[in-house]
Design a protein around this ligand. Sequence first.
Ligand code: BGC
Length: 413
Amino acid sequence: MDNPFANATWYIDPVWSAKAAGEPGGSLIANYNTAVWMDRIGAIAGPEDGDGLGLRGHLDEAVAQGANLFMFVVYDLPNRDCAALASNGELRISENGFQIYQEQYIAPIVEILSDPAYQNIRIAAIIEVDSLPNLVTNLDEPDCAEANGPGGYVDGIRHALQQLGQLDNVYSYVDIAHSGWLGWSDNFSQSVQLIGDAVSNLGTGVNPIAGFVSNSANYTPVEEPFLPNPNLQVGGQEVRSSDFYEFNNYFEELSFVTDWRNAMINRGLPSNIGMLIDTGRNGWGGPNRPTQASSSSDLNTYVNESRIDRRSHRGNWCNQAGGVGFRPQANPHPGVDAYVWVKPQGESDGISDPNFPIDPNDPNKKHDAMCDPNAQNRYDNSYPTGALDNAPHAGRWFPEAFQVLVENAYPPL
Ligand code: BGC
């Protein structure tokens, strides 16, 4: 099938839904689909750890709901989150991580998904958020350099795609970060090469990937309605040369994923590949949302008064005061299979306290200064991180963040 999201009954994760519905205003979003994250080996079995339903539990629930679309995230590569600390994972390349990933992580997932009880469910697999993008831009980090070698991210992702690609009801979408990371022309062309190579020639008998997913767990808008043209001149300079856009060609996900899809088709991927955009937190509504383009003739004033993305810096990725974005929906634009909610609203991006307690589920998760509201952005230390305070570990429930997202929803709830 070309687009698994079209005309589907989308699964509602009862665990997330109950937490959402328990927050003020949360019932307005609690009945939408959100991705289920398989963020460690223990998450596959689930109940034994006392945390979540496990993969089989979710799929059984999907059957019970009469749902035929289930979306989950494959997220346990060795050296995971190699350029940051908040979501460092359980596997290391130097400790046999690739073999463990294959045997104890991918194999049991594939075994469960192969159960005939689930054959009528279209399973969308989001493949390894932020991994290949780190190989494009962060090889100066030792963990990323190692992840660029044998048993690293490319080997892991190819293995996952080959195994999942044996199942006709699994649709894999590979993560391509977002326009604020890979949108510069040098990053874009290197990504086309690296990610394009990683998903090519997967072997005979393997279904090709369904497409790619952008903005997973990030905050970059689908469109910047008052900045449609990066080359517009203001005060004699292009808006893309402003402090906020730093000469990036892409201000928004829609033009980024459109160009990405065309680049991949030009490289030989099937013309029916589709894109997904995570719109869970990129709505940017609320009282500070601009309602028209600025009339200033000063470039930075013009950009800052016109953009809906209210971050002080586009690199701010941890617990931002964004807003719920477009509701999950199929075929919102040509070439876009769906808007989806990959990062469930209310789940933290990382712990804010530098003197943090260890998370027993994921003892390698650490404090990343990008999650500290009192720290400066490490990519450009003239800006604050903008992170919300009192945040728990990545993935843990963070009611204050949920509240902000609901209040700043756009379109309004
Ligand atoms: C965390 C995962 C979590 C996911 C969804 C990631 O940042 O590392 O543990 O499942 O976010 O909230």
